[in-house]
Structures are given as C-alpha cells and as structure tokens.
Design a protein around this ligand. Structure first.
Ligand code: MTE
Length: 385
C-alpha cells in the first residue's frame, strides 16, 4: 500500500477550510430544501449520460487526459434515492454493536482532527458494463444499460476505518462491520472485519482536495477499495460491529449474483474485475489515417501490467502503450496507434494486472440476472469517414 500517506491530520488552516466548507453547505441546506429526484451537482450532457432517477454515468471521453484522477465535477453518481442534504454540525458517526467494548460517537470536527491518510483509488459501480450482457451475449439483464463510465478515480483523504474500530475496542469475536447510511433508504452494506481493517479502507471526508460534495457522501463516506462501489457507503452515520453477517437488502437482494450459474442463497458481490475501455464516444466517428486511440484500464488487485488491442474482434492482439501514472487499484491510461481506414472498424482492448489477473473471453463471461461485473473485452465501434 505504498501510495497511502499517513499524515497527522489536517493543519489548522486545512481544518478551518474544511469546516468552512461544511458551514457554507449547512447554510445552503437551510435555504435549499432537498428537491426530490434531484442530484445536487450539474449534469452537463457533454459530461454525463443520465440513468434512472438519481444516477449519471461519466462520458470517459470527456475527461482530461493529463491525469488519472477524475475531476469531482465529472465523477459518476450512483444513488438509490435522492441525495440527502446533511448538516455537518449535527452529524455524528456512531460506532456500536456486540463486537465493540466501548461504543462511541464522533462529531465531524472530531473526525477531521483524527490522523488521516490519503489514497488514490477507483470506484466502479457493479452494474458498469451491464449493456454488454444484452449487446454482446444477447441475454439482457435487469437494470439501466451502463457502458463504461460508472468508473472514477479520486484522491480520498480520511481516517482509517481500523483506527475508529480500535478506538471503540474490538472484541475478540468481532467479525463483521456494517456501515449504515443516513440517506433515508436504509442503505447498508456489511463487510468482513479483515476488509474493514485493510490499510486503505477509509471513512473519507475529503475528495480531490475538498470536502465530499453532497452527491458523493457529505459529510463522510466509506471507501472500500477494490470492492464493488456498492460497498462504499455514502452519508455514513453508523458502524455496527457484529459477530455474524447481518442480512440487509444490499447483500441479500441487491448486489448479489442471481442466475443459473450461481448457488442459492445468492452470493453477495465483493471484489471488482479487471477492465479496459476505449475512451471515445460510442460509436466514435474518426477521420482516416494514423492516430492514437485513448483508453483506460484498471484492476481491483493492483497495477495494470499490460494492455493489448485487437482490431479483428478478438482473434489477434497487439500491445498498447501505458501512459502516465499507473497506480494500484486506481488504473492507468493507455494508447494504441491505429491506422484508420474508411468504413467500420472495432477496437477491442484487454488488460492484465501485475498479478496475472486478466479479462475472461466472452465465451467464459458468466451471465447474471442483475447484470453485474461484466468483464469480457468489448469491441468499441468506430466509423471512419
Ligand atoms: N451509499 C448510499 N448511502 N446510497 C447509495 O445509493 N450507492 C452505492 C455506493 N454508496 C449508494 C451508496 C453505489 S451502488 C455506488 S456504485 C457508489 O456509492 C457510487 O458512489 P458515487 O456516487 O460517489 O460515485
């Protein structure tokens, strides 16, 4: 976990800035009551594809290519309900349950003064790529047809979940930690203690250098790197530490693998999948001639080792170049020089990470009813005119 940088917590100046941001937000809240069905952030159509009521997929081709970090304004949003507006001055994080000896409650100011760490990590929605179950496997899945843009990388700053759990005095039989949201939807997603204690599992209060915006979990959210985005509970208000795995909707009905290839009861989703995508519109319209095709690749386990590209629908592959930062559990940008000839073409990337984890062939891609974790290489259509 090299890129985690421990720090003694924000400086007094940073603290005032963060608390100032919180105060401004609290003031906005009293003027602007939550509007049903709305997200707070602007969703310009050149940056986002809207989904369902409260969700927006990032157009990856709209992102600046000089950085791996997704600007906060462009970061995808996946909400099960409207974004709640929570005031920092009345917020607290409760830690209790049979697995802790000293239940506690932390205020926002207390959270900000605890030792913090910084981690650049990606989040990806489990349903990212759902469209391809229908388009490539001809077996539609339930839910919105996301393509590739339910993925974003941020620099998170927060307190290690482990630090907070240890303050509450973990009992020897503590085995599960369930972050519970204040969003009014009862959103909660349990994880085993080992994942909760991982170095980079955070209670994050800062995203890309600023307090979390409302849509991304203000005042605080959990960040569970490498796991499906569903585990990274936003607007967290409580941590329940238990001996047994609690049954909550988000691990019995949602974010579970349902379908003929899976056992019953359906297993909850945990770790994400290795992915590579082309960062061009769908379909892309390009002029003929030699030109770089841009893309992104990521792994829930570590760094990307290589990306290859097929121009014949997956029969043969040639190497692509990795460009810029290549960060573990965040991703890397890649480029491939294409000799574009007039007509229709496809570019199909596939990636392998530093531990040898790759993407399954389409024939090996398992289908599930809810369209989670599509991982096979995707032929990206290009019209060359
Ligand atoms: N937390 C709460 N409270 N409510 C939600 O709807 N959505 C989850 C997760 N945390 C969700 C939540 C899902 S499915 C994803 S993919 C990520 O948040 C998305 O985080 P983002 O909206 O900040 O990109």
């Amino acid at each position: 976990m090299r890129i985690i940088v421990a720090s003694p917590g924000p400086s007094r100046r940073q603290l005032l800035t963060l608390l100032g941001g919180a105060a401004v937000f609290a003031a906005c809240r009293s003027r602007n009551a939550p509007t049903s069905g709305a997200l707070v952030k602007a969703l310009p159509p050149e940056t986002f594809i809207p989904h369902e009521l409260y969700c927006a997929e990032t157009r990856l081709d709209s992102l600046p290519t000089d950085s791996l970090i997704t600007p906060t304004a462009s970061f995808y949003v996946r909400n099960h309900g409207p974004t709640p507006l929570i005031a920092a001055d009345t917020w607290s994080l409760r830690v209790d349950g049979e697995g802790v000896a000293r239940p506690l409650s932390l205020s926002y100011a207390q959270l900000l003064t605890m030792p913090s760490v910084r981690a650049i990590r990606y989040l990806e929605c489990a349903g990212n790529g759902r469209a391809y179950f229908d388009e490539l496997m001809h077996r539609p899945a339930e839910g919105s047809p996301w393509r590739d843009g339910g993925y974003g990388v941020a620099e998170w700053v927060g307190v290690r979940l482990a630090e907070i759990l240890h303050r509450a005095g973990l009992r020897p039989n503590a085995a599960w930690v369930t972050p519970i949201s204040l969003d009014g939807e009862g959103y909660a997603r349990p994880m085993p203690l080992a994942k909760a204690l991982a170095d980079d599992t955070l209670v994050a209060h800062t995203m890309n250098g600023a307090p979390l915006p409302p849509d991304h979990g203000f005042p605080a959210r959990i960040v569970v790197p490498g796991w499906v985005g569903a585990a990274s509970v936003k607007w967290v208000g409580a941590l329940e530490v238990t001996v047994r795995q609690p049954s909550v909707k988000m691990n019995t009905e949602e974010y579970v693998f349902l379908g003929p290839d899976y056992p019953k009861p359906p297993p909850p989703l945990t770790t994400g999948v290795v992915k590579s995508v082309v960062c061009l519109p769908w379909p892309a319209v390009l002029p003929p001639g030699r030109q770089p095709i841009p893309g992104l690749a990521w792994s829930p386990f570590g760094r990307i080792a290589r990306v290859e590209v097929s121009l014949d629908g997956g029969q043969t592959y040639r190497p692509a170049r990795l460009v810029g930062d290549n960060l573990p559990v965040a991703g890397v940008r890649w480029q491939f020089d294409l000799d574009a000839v007039p007509g229709d073409m496809t570019v199909t990337p596939r990636a392998v990470d530093e531990y040898g984890n790759g993407q399954p062939d389409l024939a090996a891609q398992k289908w599930n009813e809810k369209g989670y974790l599509f991982a096979a290489p995707v032929p990206h259509p290009l019209h060359i005119v």
